[in-house]
Design a protein around this ligand. Structure first.
Ligand code: BTN
Length: 254
């Protein structure tokens, strides 16, 4: 069903009308020994999951709800690099397919005009401090109309259709995401994180902003000045000290 020009990603693709969460479906494939690049795509998720244990609104027919299996040879501390890579891939595909001026909010939300059109959930299974596999969950609000959103999402979420005034072909966008993801993943394996980091910084809307970081360690305020070689966000605090952020959520005043 997908016209793919990839060699590995999406070669094994499972399409489901409805599922709890595509993350769980890919987890099963991973445990069965399925090769890297396998994807599960659902029309609807009844228990879609977001970061920090949040729910992810995944109604039928209007979005892309997809999970991809990755088997990188990676120390655990480098998994944030994959999180950032996935954000770059999706942002590039969204820009190419919709023409929208999409940018990345750290670590990997894709925003248009300050509202979120895409969320990414990277989950890693670890054994003996080694990554066994990662599951990249990608959710894109493609053809939602304003009335499709529950009230609590209207101010923070948006869709490609709402931003561009035009419906976007979900099949084409899905194929474009998989192509971008495969190309960047292969590039990353060959060249390392440096080139991905530069792409991320160029697409990021968080760079050089005064931000507030909230994570279990507390709240940090400062200016986001870039990524360090491991993929952590470098924040320059008011006193000039640099702090590395590897997880959490950021916000800024617009
Ligand atoms: C976030 O921004 O909090 C991440 C959202 C990730 C949503 C996608 S949709 C496909 C996959 N299945 C899920 O249950 N979640 C991810």
């Amino acid at each position: 069903q997908l016209a793919l020009d990839t060699t590995v990603f999406g070669r094994k693709a499972v399409f489901l009308a409805s599922t709890l969460s595509t993350q769980g479906d890919v987890l099963k494939l991973a445990e069965q020994g399925q090769a890297e690049g396998a994807v599960v795509i659902a029309e609807e998720q009844t228990g879609g999951r977001g970061r920090f244990g949040r729910q992810w609104f995944s109604p039928p027919g209007k979005g892309i709800w997809m999970s991809v299996l990755l088997r990188p040879d990676l120390p655990l501390q480098h998994t944030p690099q994959l999180t950032l890579l996935t954000g770059v891939a999706v942002c590039r595909a969204v820009r190419a397919c919709s023409g929208a001026d999409a940018g990345i909010k750290w670590p990997n939300d894709v925003l248009i005009d300050g509202r979120k059109v895409c969320g990414i959930l990277l989950e890693s299974t670890v054994e003996d401090h080694e990554v066994r596999y990662c599951i990249a969950g990608i959710g894109v609000d493609v053809n939602f109309d304003p009335e499709d959103y529950p009230e609590d999402l209207t101010t923070i979420a948006t869709s490609l259709k709402m931003e561009t005034g035009q419906s976007v072909d979900r099949t084409k966008l899905t194929a474009a995401i998989l192509t971008e993801l495969e190309q960047l993943y292969f590039l990353y394996q060959k060249e390392g994180f440096g080139v991905i980091s530069a792409l991320w910084e160029a697409l990021s809307v968080s760079m050089n902003r005064e931000i507030t970081v909230t994570n279990p360690h507390g709240v940090i305020e400062g200016k986001a000045i870039g990524l360090d070689p491991s993929g952590a966000l470098v924040v320059e605090k008011r006193d000039g000290e640099h702090t590395l952020i590897i997880s959490g959520e950021i916000s800024w005043k617009s």
